[in-house]
Design a protein around this ligand. Sequence first.
Ligand code: ASP
Ligand code: MG
Length: 461
Amino acid sequence: MSKIVVKFGGSNLQTQKDIRQILNVVKNYNRPLVVVVSAFYGITNLLEDMLLKARHEDAAIDHSLDDLIALKRDVIFNMITDPVLQKSTLDQVLVRIRELERYLRGVNYIGDIPAFVSDIVMSFGERLSALVLTALLQDRQIDCEEVTPEELHLITDGEYGNAEVDFAESEQAVRKRLSSDKTAIVPGFYGISKENRVTLFGRGGSDYTAASIAHCLQAESLDIWKDVDGFRSADPKLVPDTHGIDRLTYTEAAELAYFGAKILHPRTVEPLMFHNIPIRIFNIANTDRPDYPFTIITSNGKQKADIIKSVTYSDDFCILRLQGPGIGNKPGVLARVTTELDHKNINIKSVITSQTTINFLLSVKDLQPAYCAVKSLSLTVVNNVVTEDDLSLIAGVGEGILETHGIAGRMFGAVSREKINVEIISVGASPVAAYFIVNKKDRDEAVRAIHREFFTLPAGK
Ligand code: ASP
Ligand code: MG
């Protein structure tokens, strides 16, 4: 029978009530599953914080580990009924926490955090949650076992902090290991390099783990459970009358995630497109309608009459601007800058050029290192290098944006009627997205203006 891969995120693992809901959801599927889990809510941040403190403070390690043990004990003793299973689960949890402790003491000893250690330490949130969830399901008589990425042979390209799955190496082994009718509980967020090192898929990467496994199994679907109603026409915190989106294409979902919608890891759709495996997004608060996903993502989501399905934003964009007369058509400038940024491991999110300027859109954390890198090149054609932060990128996303006359114009018209100054506009870089950059203080108004323009229907869907 073809499998369904089901993913639960940290927001589904916050309280014991949340965990009970997960157990019910798994039970209600009433068929063998592959369940991919994130760390319990807030634990990955806690591990990151532990790493930083461990560098200088030995005592901080004890405090943090005590907190972690207390949290796990609480779940184990309150939620597992079988005393034998309680004890064996706690023992296994303690073995993993002692292993984590050894890495943290090592960091303290050397006063440094090598990349490979950072990735191992951060993976412990998932290693612990998968172990505990497996025991909780076993306690409820669900035939299941924990299967780690090591056992799965989920092999990556080896890049720390931002790895991707090597499908040629992984596919057969993953399929073989998951061929039985037992439900498998898999810790998300990491895979193993060919050198046998733990490598993370980036923050929020459990979605990508689940998608990769779904690809290897040619699964029936990837079901992602959230605590919200899937994708919406805008962030409900900014816009009062948003609408749910029932259908999206892979490209639309990828662009929305890339431009800031926090529903999916931006790379989730990549492994699924090849076999056209649908992503179904459910809200755990609505388990009475388990047959009803809020958003379904496939290759052929229907086009909306006036195109824009969602308007999203991200504050993690800033500009590094190189100025000089004729810089836009001097050969070699772009190549030298991009090579230098690549050497420094700085990801360029977008490049927009004109005759007199080259604008690099970067992540906020990369702006200063990129500025120094470009300055160090002493490019003769560049008169000035300036940085701009405090910006927000606003994107309208919808299949057909490129071919349909006037859509981008309506977006920018709506914003300019609010007298908002637009820094940079880009249309055409993606077939389904148009975006522009405004000052952060104008972000909310810009999002609302575009939403008003394209969504005039009453609230609800
Ligand atoms: N626990 C990891 C994070 O917080 C991965 C995930 O939740 O998907 O980023
Ligand atoms: Mg997450």
